[in-house]
Write a protein that binds this ligand. Structure first.
Ligand SMILES: Nc1ncnc2c1ncn2[C@@H]1O[C@H](COP(=O)(O)OP(=O)(O)OP(=O)(O)O)[C@@H](O)[C@H]1O
Length: 301
């Protein structure tokens, strides 16, 4: 796959200094229930930021407020320097949106659909290039209503990047894609990042967040419970080590952040330095994530 050509991001200007997205105290309620419950968030220019969380956590609601398609009940939001609730045509031209559903016409072919939408952009990516970028060249003459779910998703991604946005929103972009298409999509996002596009994506997939994102925000029950590079997520949880062994006939288990002394004592207790069934494990990203989303009362860092 070739990477979509993007205009280079402006460097060294005042606009560089401000984050692409700044959110303070964001609240959205439905029927008195806060589904977004006081979120603070910053997405830096040029980074890929993943909002990771379970079903119903508030990811789509948050992203749609940032896109200017849902109203908020409280909080301050700035996206590319403007409030999305009042952003006009010029602001909208600077963002790209790939939502969970498509507005693409079903009776048109893939190429006709892309050609049609070129008229909405000042400097669209040429259709041939776009088709190659998303791996749809061979499906270019197929009607949209004949596409598979994964191909339709690629078309939506193509429409999202067609206008060379400075900031691209991707709401669960790889849902319905097979593993090969997911990898192709990841390459596409990496190409966008290389060219300076800021990307805010939502996902359920830990591996996707870990692979693509510079930083991940874990959201659960409308709150952002952790923000950081994927490798740092979980902080103290990550440093906890579980030491297991068998003593007599009984299984033993100790969770500690300093296993050295325990291991020395265990090994010293046996003249041959053998400890039955000894294992030492650190939590993986998935363990950390499951702990984070199970404890929504944790403070935001
Ligand atoms: N228009 C609406 N009216 C009432 N409740 C809504 C509306 N839209 C969303 N909700 C509720 O808000 C909560 C958050 O939904 P949201 O779609 O933002 O979650 P999500 O994290 O994107 O979930 P998923 O991963 O399943 O897409 C859910 O409980 C949902 O039922």
């Amino acid at each position: 796959m070739t990477a979509t050509q993007q205009a280079p991001a402006p460097r060294g200007t005042a606009r560089d200094e401000e984050p692409a997205v700044r959110v303070r105290g964001l609240v959205k309620r439905y029927g008195g229930r806060a589904v977004v419950d006081g979120i603070d968030l910053e997405v830096r220019r040029g980074e890929v930021f993943a909002l990771l969380g379970p079903n119903g956590a508030g990811k789509t609601t948050t992203v749609e407020i940032l896109e200017g398609v849902r109203r908020r009940d409280a909080g301050e939001v700035t996206v590319l320097g403007e409030d999305p609730a009042t952003g006009g045509r010029r602001w909208r031209d600077r963002i790209g949106v790939v939502g969970q559903t498509t507005g693409a016409g079903n009776a048109l072919t893939v190429r006709e659909t892309l050609d049609h939408y070129t008229h909405y952009h000042a400097a669209p990516v040429p259709t041939g290039e776009l088709l190659a970028d998303v791996g749809l060249t061979e499906a270019a003459s197929r009607r949209v209503d004949k596409l598979s779910g994964g191909q339709r998703r690629r078309l939506e991604v193509a429409l999202g990047v067609q206008g060379r946005p400075e900031l691209l929103f991707l709401d669960e972009p790889t849902t319905g894609m097979d593993p090969v298409a997911r990898r192709q999509f990841w390459t596409l996002v990496e190409g966008l990042r290389t060219r300076g596009t800021t990307v805010l994506l939502t996902t359920h997939y830990l591996d996707e967040a870990a692979h693509l994102a510079d930083r991940v925000g874990v959201i659960t029950a409308g709150r952002l419970v952790e923000v950081g590079p994927p490798a740092d997520l979980g902080g103290d949880l990550r440093r906890e080590v579980t030491v297991r062994w068998t003593e007599g006939d009984a299984p033993r288990e100790v969770v500690t952040s300093a296993p050295g002394a325990l291991l020395r004592d265990l090994l010293a207790a046996d003249p041959f330095g053998e400890v039955p069934d000894l294992s030492v494990t650190r939590p993986g990203l998935e363990d950390v994530y499951l702990r984070l989303v199970a404890t929504p009362e944790r403070e935001t860092r």
